[in-house]
Design a protein around this ligand. Structure first.
Ligand SMILES: N[C@@H](CCC(=O)N[C@@H](CS)C(=O)NCC(=O)O)C(=O)O
Length: 316
């Protein structure tokens, strides 16, 4: 809070200087005051014991990449807080993507973005514990995760092609009705919608051709995995228990498969309900559900049997 107030002071300073016609000595004095205030805020924090959860997951309401990390945090039974922002606001105005994880590391606070890097950190920190074996980044796991992350991007092109023409649905997906998103951001979303939609179209190069290409790649991957999984809904890397790659696949697929238990029910409202789904989107969903029954069975199995925390909540 102290830092936010100080930043606001420093940003507003030029307006005050111009508005009150202050001269150079007064302007320099006010600037020094702001910098001293900033230092005082930092100094007051030194040596102070931090409170609250050690891990904070920065998120938006409907993000399949956030769900990938959230799932692994939940499986580890870690105590964390989730801070949800309005969709695209962070990317458009701050240049950051979600998931992003902030955590205490010794006396300092550290931060990592990008889901696969976050999972590598969790493996490094918790991998020695028996219940973290699912996070092991074997060469096979990492190679498949990379392909799945590309699938996640194809799904972004797919969903935005269907959602962006519908302002109401897009704003809903960006968290306009999500009480966990700060109110000022929920007010801001409709105002910046044209700019945000333009940036998303540009960022993902949304066009009829890119949609067709993404849709085709999604279908090809689903067909291949449907064969690997087989009729018994076996795990992607074989074996008796799922790995983070299975959780990644189910989490990313949640955009189209819409399984029960997404985010353990904490964020369900942001995905369009069946009666609001645009027609083309519903047709693709029906085609994939019908065409790849082993995939659907695995996603359902993973959400039903493995989405809940494996161990009681513990602090990190
Ligand atoms: N490669 C990144 C992709 C993350 C990504 O695309 N995140 C989207 C949400 S799914 C995002 O940050 N959107 C910007 C925003 O809504 O602020 C990862 O694996 O974390």
């Amino acid at each position: 809070m102290g830092k936010t107030l100080n930043t606001a002071y420093l940003l507003l300073l030029p307006l005050a200087v111009a508005g009150w016609n202050l001269g150079l000595p007064a302007a320099a004095g006010l600037l020094l005051l702001g910098l001293a205030w900033r230092w005082a805020v930092t100094a007051a924090g030194l040596g102070r014991k931090s409170r609250g959860a050690e891990i904070c997951l920065e998120a938006i309401s409907a993000s399949h990449f956030v769900e990938k990390v959230r799932w692994c945090l939940d499986r580890l039974g870690l105590d964390y807080t989730e801070r949800r922002a309005g969709g695209t606001l962070g990317a458009v105005f701050l240049g950051r993507t979600v998931p992003r994880m902030t955590f205490r590391s010794g006396a300092v606070t550290s931060r990592i973005g990008n889901s696969s890097h976050i999972l590598r950190y969790l493996w490094g920190r918790y991998g020695h514990q028996a219940d973290a074996a699912f996070l092991e980044p074997t060469a096979e796991a990492v190679a498949l995760e990379k392909r799945l992350d590309h699938y996640g991007v194809d799904l972004q092109v797919w969903i935005y092609t269907h959602l962006l023409p519908n302002r109401k649905l897009t704003l809903h997906a960006w968290g306009m009705h999500d009480p966990a998103v700060p109110l000022w951001q929920r007010w801001l979303l409709p105002v910046v919608f044209p700019l945000a939609a333009l940036m998303v179209r540009r960022g993902f190069r949304i066009s009829p051709a890119s949609y067709q290409k993404s849709r085709q790649r999604i279908g090809e991957l689903l067909a291949e995995l449907d064969q690997t999984i087989g009729p018994d809904a076996g795990f992607l890397l074989g074996g008796e228990s799922p790995s983070y790659v299975d959780f990644t696949f189910a989490a990313l697929s949640s955009l189209w498969a819409q399984p029960e238990g997404f985010a353990l029910g904490r964020s369900a409202a942001a995905i369009p309900s069946a009666d609001q789904t645009p027609e083309g989107m519903a047709m693709d969903q029906a085609e994939w559900s019908r065409g790849y029954p082993n995939v659907v069975a695995l996603i359902e199995r993973l959400y039903r049997d493995y989405r809940a925390p494996a161990t009681p909540s513990r602090s990190s």
